[in-house]
Design a protein around this ligand. Structure first.
Ligand code: GTQ
Length: 350
């Protein structure tokens, strides 16, 4: 409210509010400025999780509960500004999942889209609709909405990856569905790598053939580190860095060339040693993982040091600057694609 009310009107309004409240009616003019803000005011905070600390707790949990008992043995990285919500940003979730040798995290499917970004371990897999993606550190693996997935570890080491899901987005729309497969693992449908050979070579099976097995709109689900790192290196060797992103590549869905999933965009960036990015704000709160190197993130006046495998969350509309002390390679995911579809995405570059 702007202009002042008389004492009498104010008193009578208070009485009116008290009368309306049992019928779930409230005056907009008391809350309008908090609802329709001139710029985003995320309650989320900038926060960094140190990998060594989180890993230690996760391994201790691994001594106490099996993957089968937990269904998913995951430590949620909850934003300290969003307590009790299991949210990393207002629209996205982040967690660290552990699969020990010999374990299977049982097969299920859900409306929520998920990505996995491998932190450590080698040789464990996520099976998507019965096709194994055998994972190595810093591989990106997708489990798009409603595709069956189980995780297994036939290697001799623990396997830890970051889970990025659109859980808060699905919750926002009250659109969650989930089912369990009757067995712990989905039967193997095709050998590992089949999808990459069908859809990862700028080709696709011709329509109407029995070989069009994967969902045509969402075929590819494994983006190996060895491939994206080589592409990023080539980009870095062959041109100047973008002043705000450094050298950056977005992961795409080959079916349409857009973001990897309907609600989640993902990218990698390389900042050369000594590079400091120009300040940028954007409406897509972003979760970053440090893949290589050391540096500093300056977010709205806060300085956060970054080391390998740390996870950093930067909320919507906070000025962000990265400073690379050594060559710094980052993975990041956000809801940018969802906001673009809704006509909400904005950024400001200075
Ligand atoms: O692996 O399917 O971190 O369903 C949270 C929910 C992982 C999964 C999470 C899930 C999963």
């Amino acid at each position: 409210m702007s202009a002042a009310l008389s004492n009498d009107a104010a008193t009578q309004l208070k009485a009116l509010y008290a009368e309306m409240q049992p019928q779930s009616l409230y005056p907009l003019w008391e809350v309008l400025s908090a609802l329709v803000t001139p710029t985003p005011r995320s309650p989320a905070q900038v926060h960094r999780w140190t990998y060594a600390d989180a890993r230690d707790y996760l391994l201790r949990a691994g001594d106490l509960i099996t993957a089968a008992q937990a269904e998913r043995r995951v430590l949620i990285m909850e934003n300290p500004g969003l307590p009790g919500t299991s949210c990393a940003t207002s629209s996205l979730y982040a967690g660290l999942q552990l699969i020990l040798p010999g374990e299977i995290a049982p097969c299920h499917r859900h409306a929520q889209c998920a990505l996995r970004f491998v932190m450590e371990g080698e040789g464990a897999f996520t099976a998507v609709d019965g096709e194994k993606a055998v994972m190595r550190p810093f591989d990106l693996v997708l489990t798009p909405g409603w595709q069956w997935h189980d995780h297994g570890n036939t290697s001799a080491q623990p396997m830890i990856w970051l889970d990025g899901l659109d859980i808060p987005t699905v919750m926002h729309f009250d659109a969650s569905f989930a089912e369990h497969w009757p067995e712990s693992a989905h039967p193997e449908t095709v050998p590992p790598g089949d999808t990459t050979l069908r859809y990862g070579r700028n080709m696709r099976p011709m329509r109407g053939t029995a070989s069009d097995r994967r969902p045509g709109a969402q075929p590819l689900f494994h983006y190996p580190y060895s491939e994206w790192r080589e592409s990023l290196e080539n980009l870095a060797q062959s041109g100047d860095p973008d002043p705000h992103f450094g050298h950056a590549l977005e992961f795409t869905n080959p079916a349409h060339g857009g973001a990897v999933m309907p609600t989640i965009s993902a990218h990698v960036r390389l900042l050369p040693a000594g590079f400091t990015s120009r300040p940028r704000l954007s409406t897509d709160g972003t979760v970053f993982v440090v893949v290589e190197g050391k540096g500093v993130a300056r977010v709205g006046g806060k300085e956060i040091t970054l080391q390998e495998r740390d996870t950093l969350v930067v909320p919507s509309w906070r000025e962000l600057v990265f400073q690379a002390d050594t060559e710094l390679v980052l993975f990041g995911y956000s809801d940018r694609v969802a906001q673009e579809k809704l006509g909400l995405f904005r950024e400001h570059r200075s």
